[in-house]
Write a protein that binds this ligand. Sequence first.
Ligand code: SF4
Length: 416
Amino acid sequence: MEIFTDVKGRAGLDCGGFCEFCFYKNVNFKHLTPIGCKNCPPEQIGCSYCNNFINRVSSDFKPLSQVLKDITEKYYQNFMNPLFHKDLKIIVGGGADIFSYPYINELITTLKDRDALLHLGYTSGKPIKDESMAENLISFGVDEVSFSVFSTNSDIRNRWMNDETSDASIKGLKMFCENIDLNASAVIIPGINDEDHLFETCADLEEWGVKSFTLRRFANFKYQGLILNDKPVINDINPHSYDEFKDLVRRVENEFSFNVLGYPFYDPKNDSPFTISKKYNRVYLENLKDITSEATIITSKLAEPFLKKIFGMVDKSNFVNIVSADKEIADLITHEDLKSLNLNELKSKVIIPGGAFVHDDYSKKLLSKDGNDRLIVRGPYVLTYPYNEGEHLTTKEELIKFELKSFNALIDKINS
Ligand code: SF4
């Protein structure tokens, strides 16, 4: 089992400077309006959950005593559960670079007194000023690190991550790969670190023994998922389309032996997301419940074709229509996206994504603006398996089981 603790930290400021591609680079945290979410009280837009989403990357690091208290409390809350002690892993994350946490050494030495694996995530490597840092962390007993690589080319790292000691960072990366589990990731920008540069990085990572590699498509526009800012992160860069990006992920998977994942989500090995939409898995759709009521499902641009395909096969009476907002990721749908929907397309019951950053009552107001009083219901939190960073890779059967359960929960919402 896992215990997760968050040491906080300010993106960019506590990373040794902003990377050029950092989503938070242009965000003015002092002038953000509350966004709203599933946990907000009826009369208020903004609550601790969605405020934390914003503040998570704009708060100072927590004192060591607070981090240790949080871990101790979680440890004893679960202590009596016999499964808890099996393969116990403590994951230390933050809003910025974990290697910049001022008490990192004390934290690790204290945590290693417990009989647990220790995972640090994530670092950009920029705080590594010479190899001795990596050497020390390994000798203190760190078992696993998540590392944002961007490229193993020192000049590219220097230019795009503003990494002044990029040679040392790469040496540290190599040392982690060779000695402990290292999950690498890279934001992929066309013309900067894709194609030949990417394959060179992959070849280095494979030679050094990386455990997994997650490719993250660079998002530069609101429709791709920027919700805290109107401006592009980098001017004049047009990121890969999802299909172009999937192709790149697939080519990396074909050529290298480590585990590969892409975000927006794509698992080439299991042909996921929405494994049940694939032709060879259609037989599993028989396990979905009958649809007996009308509803509109609001979803993202990327999920829309999958949902249309699945409901096209199981919704024999055409009770359900699928409408996509102008956002590629469903959980990042905001009030602005709801405002731009064509209300003529909406039925009297509307299902919105479970995790969308919208306020329930305000959404009802927006989606009933044409005088039709619509019922707004949140769907399941996820419809396809949300695993990440090379963790929890499962079999195709498990993925299918997960999706069938989620879609049956969605059908329950439609029918209720
Ligand atoms: S390391 Fe990550 S959080 Fe820090 S500036 Fe770079 S992209 Fe942003």
